[in-house]
Design a protein around this ligand. Structure first.
Ligand code: N01
Length: 541
């Protein structure tokens, strides 16, 4: 560490920990619980005033999970999964926060979570072999292990629109929604973006506002979620045999049970394709990913399956021109499929207008509203449903410096480089939960988080038992992994459109397909690496 760096870190009142965990979302909470079970002195630092991570911030109207609640939940404790009763098939954001609070109380985690404290810097002190952490509250923490549980979708992306500050009305980002809620009654509202957050919030904003105008750059595929109160009998049935459902999920690409169809659309007749698509449409939402096994591999199969959803959009939207604008021209599934409640029907309302900005973009924000393609629109409020600086944004926001003072952000300037998405060469005893290069956002996040937390916990335990001080990915293993992640993505249709998986939504962000495609092979690889004594990592005494 250079003299300049060390002056950044104040030396007064240093708290000494075995491990620091950054973030109190699902990842941070389970990490804390696991480290405590190892007998480690660990503490979470969280920027928000409460727990829940992305679910703390995303309070926009209609925010709910698009993975069934019986699967989008922790599975590390059978008592926990048995005792918690989900109210709806898809949990709403408030219900998820209640669940998070329950977990905190149940495992008595609260004393070791420090809210309203942003971790600003984490510098490796090479001589001491420890991480020196600086917080927004002026504290300095020294920890042997630094674990980033900062989330994949927590750094909001508000495009740098010209004139943003001149707007006289109010603007909101779906990912930073006011806790007191927003009343749009009688207002003229603009929504920019048509991703998952927009698809969920647009029907509710339209029902409240006087006028809603949606600015769409890229149309998205969406399948009705068919959300409903969860049938107690179904919940009981699942809980009687929870392991079966969890095991089925872990053996699938997305790490949750989507009831995958093993058949290929390429081998099916048009009637078989139609029947399976209709069945998936009734199952709802992301179950559509399981429609045929070649959905994300064979372009022609994908085209046929996409055509089914386009037809459904035309059935739901009365004005054929609007329906056509809402019909995606992209590959089905290369952007995350959305799960909606009355999204397309909303465009049949008299008070809803769709504006295509695919060619013009947004010229600028004016004091009265927006200028698009030279035309002015007046609004009382603008909602940015413009997504996130995904996967790397929240890590890069922290000034992380490893060996020789190297900044992680600099190392990742041309795209994130990790080994297994868990670790980066030059940053010993530094772990990332669901980092770039791991299945993370393509899967049920909680399942992926649990696998990472268990890997890290086992690894720390291994170091202790073998009297080892440090673990660090080797450059060679990392290079091979980065290449492998790209290779696997390249064998699918996942990277065939401008998605946030590629960083394409943030101007200037390097275009690298960040998540690893395939949960089961990923887990098998991690297990193999552990069995070989942490192959690809350098372990030092
Ligand atoms: O963000 P997005 P999101 N000018 O990036 C548009 C998870 N999630 O918050 O596609 C104009 O998907 C952008 O257009 P384009 C889920 O994993 C889950 O909706 O880049 N428009 C796009 O339409 C999801 O995938 C749940 O051309 C601009 C939109 O803004 C992820 O979070 C709910 C623009 C952003 O869509 C992100 O979803 C919500 C610009 N300059 C979210 N910049 C559930 O569990 C961006 N856009 C249900």
């Amino acid at each position: 560490m250079s003299a300049t760096q060390s002056t950044i870190i104040s030396k007064t009142s240093v708290r000494t920990l075995d491990a620091i965990v950054v973030g109190a979302g699902f990842a941070g909470l389970y990490m804390l619980h696991s480290l405590r079970k190892l007998g480690l002195n660990a503490r979470i630092y969280e920027a928000a005033s409460g727990p829940g991570g992305t679910w703390f911030w995303n309070r926009y109207p209609g925010a709910r999970c698009d993975i069934p609640s019986l699967q989008y939940s922790y599975q590390f404790s059978d008592d926990l999964q048995q005792e918690w009763e989900w109210a709806e098939r898809y949990a709403s954001q408030p219900e998820i926060l209640k669940y998070v609070e329950h977990v905190i109380e149940r495992f008595k985690l609260r004393p070791d979570i420090q809210f309203n404290t942003r971790v600003q810097a984490a510098h490796l002190d090479e001589a001491a072999g420890r991480w020196q952490i600086q917080t927004s509250t002026g504290e300095t923490v020294s920890a042997k292990f630094c674990i980033m549980a900062t989330g994949c979708l927590s750094s909001t992306n508000v495009p740098d629109f010209k004139g943003l500050d001149s707007f006289r009305g109010k603007f909101y980002h779906t990912g930073q929604w006011p806790h007191e809620g927003v009343d749009f009654t009688g207002q003229r509202v603009a929504v920019i973006g048509t991703g998952s957050s927009a698809v969920q919030s647009i029907p509710l904003i339209a029902a409240q506002a006087a006028q809603l105008t949606v600015f769409q750059r890229t149309a998205n595929f969406s399948v009705p979620a068919h959300n409903a109160p969860l049938d107690p009998a179904e919940q009981k049935r699942v809980k009687a045999n929870y392991d079966e459902l969890r095991t089925a999920g872990k053996n699938q690409l997305l790490a949750w049970d989507i009831d995958p169809n093993a058949k290929l659309a390429a081998d099916a007749t048009p009637a078989e394709i139609r029947a399976e698509c209709e069945r998936r449409w009734r199952m709802g939402g992301l179950y559509f990913y399981g429609v045929f096994a070649d959905l994300l591999i064979n372009p022609e199969s994908n085209r046929v399956l996409a055509e089914f959803i386009r037809d459904k959009i035309h059935e739901q939207v009365k004005d054929p021109a609007v329906a056509e604008l809402l019909s995606p021209k992209t590959v089905l599934g290369c952007k995350r499929i959305c799960a909606d409640t009355d999204y397309f029907q909303t465009y049949n309302r008299e008070n809803v207008l769709l504006v295509d900005i695919s060619k013009s973009g947004i010229d600028e924000i004016t004091p009265q509203g927006l200028r698009v393609g030279g035309r002015d629109y007046a609004f009382d409020a603008i909602v940015f449903a413009t997504g996130f600086d995904a996967m790397t944004g929240s890590i890069n926001r922290v000034d992380v410096r490893g060996r020789h003072g190297q900044k992680l952000k600099d190392k990742w300037a041309a795209g994130p480089r990790t080994y297994l998405g868990l670790s980066s060469a030059g940053f010993p005893n530094f772990f990332i939960i669901s980092g770039p290069g791991s299945p993370s956002v393509l899967t049920c996040m909680i399942t992926s988080i649990e696998q990472h937390v268990e890997f890290i916990t086992e690894c720390i335990d291994y170091l202790r038992k073998h009297r080892l001080a440090h673990i660090e990915a080797t450059v060679e293993a990392e290079n091979r992994w980065v290449e492998h992640v790209n290779e696997v993505a390249g064998s699918t249709l996942f990277n065939s459109c401008s998605s946030w998986y590629l960083g394409a939504n943030v101007p200037g962000k390097p275009r690298i397909f960040m998540p690893y495609v395939g949960f089961p092979p990923y887990v098998a690889k991690c297990n193999e690496i552990v069995a070989k004594g942490y192959e690809g990592f350098a372990l030092t005494a």
